[in-house]
Every structure is written in C-alpha cells, then in structure tokens.
Design a protein around this ligand. Structure first.
Ligand code: ADP
Ligand code: MG
Length: 380
C-alpha cells in the first residue's frame, strides 16, 4: 500500500509526499450502543485502513483528492464560513474542531487511498478523521496525543456533522494495539488492552447492505436512552444498575424499557467479557457475544434481516464461539469469534449460506487486531 500511495501521490501532485499516515477501521467485539451512554465498549482495530499521503503547500488551504471515490475538494484552514456537504465534511470538520481548540493549522496537498471498505460499518469515517488529524499534527507541528485527537474527532462529528455518536470509533482507530482488543471506559476514557483468547481469530462478515434508517435510527436511540436515564434520575444509563432497572422498569414506557434493558445488560456483558479475556475463556466470551446480538435485535431493534442471517448462521458453524452484529446496525457488518483452524471453512460456509438466502455476495475476511494511527513514511 505504501508504494502504491506514494506513486499515486506523485502522479497527481508531481512530487514526493512529505509524509504518509494510516489509520485503521475497527470492529467492536462487544459493548454496542453503550458509548454515548458513557458505558463500556470493547473494540479492536482491523487489518484494513485509510492511508493518506500529504505534502505541505505553504498556503492556508487543504487540497484533498480521494482516490477511493475519485473526488477532490479544497477547503480553508482559517475560514469556516462555508460548510461542505458530502464526504469532505469529515476532513473539513477535523480542521474546524482543531482550529476551535486553538491548534495551529497549515495547508497541505493530500491523497487518500486505502483498502478499508467505506460505509460497511467498519468505521471508515472515523479512520478518515484520524488520518486527517494526524496530517494536521505533522504539518502544523503540534504533538500527537491519540486520546485528545479522538476527542477532537468526536467534537467534529457531533458539532460539525451533527451525528450524536460516541467516542468508540475514533478512539480505537487512534489507539489500537497489535494482538489486543481494547476495553474502553467511555466516561473516563481509560483504556485497557486485552489479548484475544489463544487460537482464535475474528471473522468479519460485511452484509453489503446499508438501510436508510442508519442516521435517523441512531439519533432516535440516542434520545430514547437519554429519556430512560432521566426517568431513573440519572444523566446517563451507565449509572443505572440492573437492580435499579428491575425495581423501576414498570414505570417506563415499553419501548424505553427495552432500550434501557439493552444498554444496562450490555455494559455488564462488556465488563464480563474482559474477565473472559483475562482467563482465556473463548466459550463464555462467545456466549456473551450471542446474547449481545439477541439484545440488539429484540430490545434495541437495530439489527436487520441480513445481520441476523450472518450472526445466527455464524453461531451454528463448527469452530464458532459466538457471533453478533457490530457497529451501529441497520446493515453493515457482523463478526464472529472463530477457532483459527476453522476460519477458512467458516468463511466458505457463511459466504455460500448468505448468498443463497439473500442473493447478495458478501465480503468476508479474517483479521487479527492491528495497531492504531501511524506514520508510515517520512521524507528525509
Ligand atoms: P463507515 O464509517 O462505517 O464506513 P459511514 O457512513 O459512517 O460508514 O462513513 C462512510 C462515509 O465516509 C463515506 O460515504 C464517505 O462519505 C466518507 N469516507 C470515508 N472514507 C473515505 C475516503 N477514503 N474517501 C472519501 N470519503 C470517505
Ligand atoms: Mg462511520
């Protein structure tokens, strides 16, 4: 990828880049729709990533070409009166949020070329945020603090783009570690790396569908969770225990009750998952993943037929410990925790079953946990 992107940059801009940076996509092992409730999530970075080659251009403009979608954009790093719509709102939003926090910004020419599927629920948007922030830190000469840059990226998505998402996607893309999934406390931003159980691998099953509900569904769930927390006299569902929920559940509207039950039980499952990793117990970890899927499907109602097929058929396969949808839902990807020696067979079987049931060819791959945002090339 490095040679390929340097060559593409040279073709486009007629010079070598100063830097090449990358930031990976992610899956979430468990802990779904808990981040914006200030709860716990357990993501890991995957082998596919966004790559960005850049060269300082001595102006106060960024000129960015995405070879992935063959589109370009120019935006100012000092004047944010013109908000761009479409894909370039992500990089522009990062510039805005950095500027808003007083970071010194300089212009650059950039080219994006990666191997991470876009819009597949693997968080290409957060990875795009992070490569952009990394580019600004290199050209503007400010220090790279992965956690602080995740906070900035979240601010961009919440305030510039208008998505009520939590911090998981940005934080894992920034802080991923080779061989480790990362338990994140979305309140304190404390991160705890844990190795996956031995002889297991994650299989990612991209349904290749994305239903229209993604944004509205997400914002609805956010509102319902906040309403649920308020009914318990708390700001966030993170602070409601299962006992408190059981005692007060009768007072809640039926839909809010189910939304709360998902978040509260999912937080408990996510913390238990860390214990499974500690004692190297893939069997219980897999059960928790299966329970998580059922809760997202029935109580939180963010799954869909395609994700259910992936998760439920996955669960039946030999060598599979557990399977669930991952990410926001309404399409995108599911994941399975599979005994490494069964991974090839698992992928073959699921591809056949999914296509037979839906008529859609899925994209299925196995991945270890990979490291987060990195600088891959510096011109000497
Ligand atoms: P996900 O983050 O799961 O991939 P999203 O819908 O949140 O899905 O983000 C995908 C969108 O992010 C794309 O439709 C596009 O607008 C933008 N995007 C991400 N990566 C790139 C890229 N390399 N080039 C251009 N746009 C990108
Ligand atoms: Mg996204």
């Amino acid at each position: 990828m490095l040679e390929k992107i340097i060559k593409a940059f040279k073709n486009r801009f007629g010079a070598d880049p100063d830097f090449v940076v990358r930031s990976p996509g992610r899956i979430n092992l468990i802990g779904e729709h808990t981040d914006y409730n200030e709860g716990f999530v357990f993501p890991m970075a995957i082998k596919y990533a966004q790559w960005l080659a850049i060269k300082a251009n001595k102006t106060d403009h960024v000129s960015l070409y995405s070879a992935d979608i063959d589109k370009d954009v120019v935006f100012s790093v000092t004047d944010f009166s013109q908000k761009i719509t479409g894909w370039a709102c992500y990089p522009q939003g990062i510039a805005w949020a950095l500027h808003d926090n007083g970071y010194p910004l300089k212009g650059w020419d950039g080219l994006l070329l990666g191997d991470l599927p876009l819009g597949a629920g693997l968080s290409s948007s957060a990875a795009l945020d992070l490569v952009t922030a990394r580019a600004f830190s290199l050209t503007g000469g400010f220090q790279w603090d992965p956690i602080q840059m995740s906070v900035i990226s979240k601010q961009s998505e919440n305030q510039w783009i208008g998505l009520n998402n939590g911090i998981m996607d940005q934080l894992i893309s920034a802080t991923g570690e080779k061989g480790k999934a990362i338990l994140i406390d979305c309140r304190s931003l404390d991160i705890q790396p844990h190795a996956l159980p031995t002889d297991t691998i994650i299989v990612v099953m991209n349904t290749m569908v994305k239903h229209a509900l993604v944004e509205s569904g997400y914002n609805d769930r956010f509102r319902q969770c906040m309403e649920g927390a308020k009914a318990f006299g708390k700001k966030f569902l993170r602070d409601v225990t299962m006992e408190e929920f059981n005692d007060g559940a009768d007072r809640l509207d039926e839909v809010i009750r189910r939304r709360c039950r998902h978040v509260i039980s999912e937080n408990a499952r996510t913390l238990e998952a860390a214990g499974c990793m500690e004692r190297n117990d893939p069997v219980r970890l897999g059960q928790l993943m299966n329970e998580s899927h059922a809760s997202l499907r029935d109580d939180f109602e963010v799954s869909c037929e395609e994700l259910d097929i992936m998760a439920e058929e996955g669960q039946k396969q030999p060598g599979c410990y557990g399977a669930r949808m991952t990410g926001g839902g309404f399409g995108g990807s599911a994941i399975a925790l599979v005994k490494t020696e069964y991974a090839e067979l698992f992928m073959k079987n699921i591809a056949l079953i999914y296509e037979a049931k839906t008529g859609i060819k899925p994209n299925i791959f196995a991945t270890d946990a990979e490291r987060g945002t990195s600088v891959e090339y510096t011109k000497d």
